[in-house]
Design a protein around this ligand. Structure first.
Ligand code: NAD
Length: 352
């Protein structure tokens, strides 16, 4: 029943890869290439159904189009999903089969790491086929410090907009999740005098922040209700919901986690509550900026990537001002900016 499938009319291309012998079921979704080649990571995840995997690939690739456009990159949006459990099913044979699929796509899709696909896996794919970014050998490697720097600068941009000063000294920040990005962010914040409240499901990570960064550790949802100025979600998605938004004490939400809004309505809930929300795909675009740097001649330069991240606070400042002037959510304004850039490029192309 075709009606059971998600709507893919907005997508340029969708590729299905299947190799029964080697256990591969993969979907590569190319959403839009108006601004450049489609780039986005490969997610390895045991989706319960093909429809769920397709929905994920469509949603994530659309998100990559918006992310690249708002970041001002000459890239389009794409994303791949391998339907497999990364812990048990991700065999060398499966990756080999996926590498062959990527090679057959011949550069129409450029991949990178994502949930379930490690840097080592990216290296393996790169040893078989080009159009793999974020590798450690000759590539940009771990994107997390660049993402953290972008979030750090984004928090300052939010403070500047909300308070007229980006000084972090004495500002209270709650960091949810002290993984690769959250820990790096927490160190940067502490370095400029912020007072930290932290949480992590791994108590060792929270304890490390208590010991080394003078943080206060809390458990579970106490991070949402913490009495702070800024809430930085750096763990899971859907943390901002009908249930959690009324409990927030922070006036600013600015963190690295993907898909922070549980539903599209939550952006309006935040606005109504007077909470300044830094759209997740804008503030966390440092990782994408980092891999995009690989594609810029003469090749990857870590310092150049760090410098390019300085575009994030400028973009966020423009989004905050426009949202305030137009009485719209920051999320709606970010999407509008992306669509305006894509539309302008489309017009330029059609006139060329
Ligand atoms: P990570 O896996 O290294 O860290 C996540 C941390 O969150 C871990 O320490 C984990 O224990 C903790 N955690 C998980 N569930 C939790 C919960 N319920 N409460 C508290 N802590 C919890 O991941 P990361 O690379 O640091 O990424 C963090 C977030 O940022 C993710 O949503 C990711 O998609 C997003 N992101 C990361 C990058 C990047 O460059 N790494 C780029 C863009 C977006």
């Amino acid at each position: 029943d075709a009606r059971a499938l998600p709507d893919f009319a907005g997508h340029e291309q969708i590729w299905l890869g299947r190799d029964r012998e080697r256990g591969l079921t993969a979907i590569v979704a190319v959403h839009d290439t108006t601004l450049g080649p489609a780039l986005g990571g490969t997610r390895v995840w045991p989706h319960g159904s093909f429809e769920a995997a397709l929905t994920d690939a469509l949603r994530l690739s659309h998100g990559m189009t918006l992310k690249a456009a708002v970041a001002g990159l000459a890239l389009g949006g794409g994303k791949a999903v391998i339907v497999a459990d990364p812990k048990t099913d991700k065999t060398p044979e499966l990756l080999e089969a996926y590498a062959e699929m990527l090679a057959a796509l011949d550069g129409q899709y450029i991949t990178a790491e994502d949930v379930g696909l490690t840097l080592e896996d990216a290296d393996f794919l790169r040893s078989r086929t080009p159009n793999v970014t974020g590798t450690t050998r000759g590539g940009s490697g771990n994107p997390s410090p660049v993402t953290a720097q972008g979030v750090f600068l984004g928090i300052k941009a939010a403070l500047r907009h909300a308070r007229g000063s980006e000084k972090l000294d004495g500002v209270r920040v709650a960091v949810q999740g002290l993984g690769a990005v959250g820990w790096s962010l927490a160190k940067r914040l502490r370095g400029e005098g912020a007072i930290l409240t932290v949480t992590d499901i791994d108590p060792a990570r929270a304890n490390k922040a208590v010991e080394h960064l003078g943080a206060t550790a809390v458990e579970g949802d106490a991070i949402i209700t913490a009495d702070v100025d800024v809430f930085a979600p750096c763990a899971l998605g859907a943390v901002l919901s009908e249930e959690t938004i009324p409990q927030l004490k922070a006036g600013i939400v600015a963190g690295s986690a993907n898909n922070q809004l549980a539903t599209a309505d939550d952006a309006e809930r935040l606005r109504q509550r007077g909470v300044l929300y830094a759209p997740d795909y804008v503030i966390n675009s440092g990782g994408l900026i980092n891999v995009a740097e690989e594609l810029t001649p003469p090749g990857y330069d870590a310092d150049a990537a760090m410098k390019r991240v300085a575009v994030i606070p400028k973009t966020l400042g423009a989004i905050f001002r426009r949202a305030a002037a137009e009485g719209r959510t920051t999320d709606a304004v970010a999407e509008a900016i992306a669509m305006e850039r894509i539309e302008a490029a489309r017009k330029r192309k059609s006139h060329a």
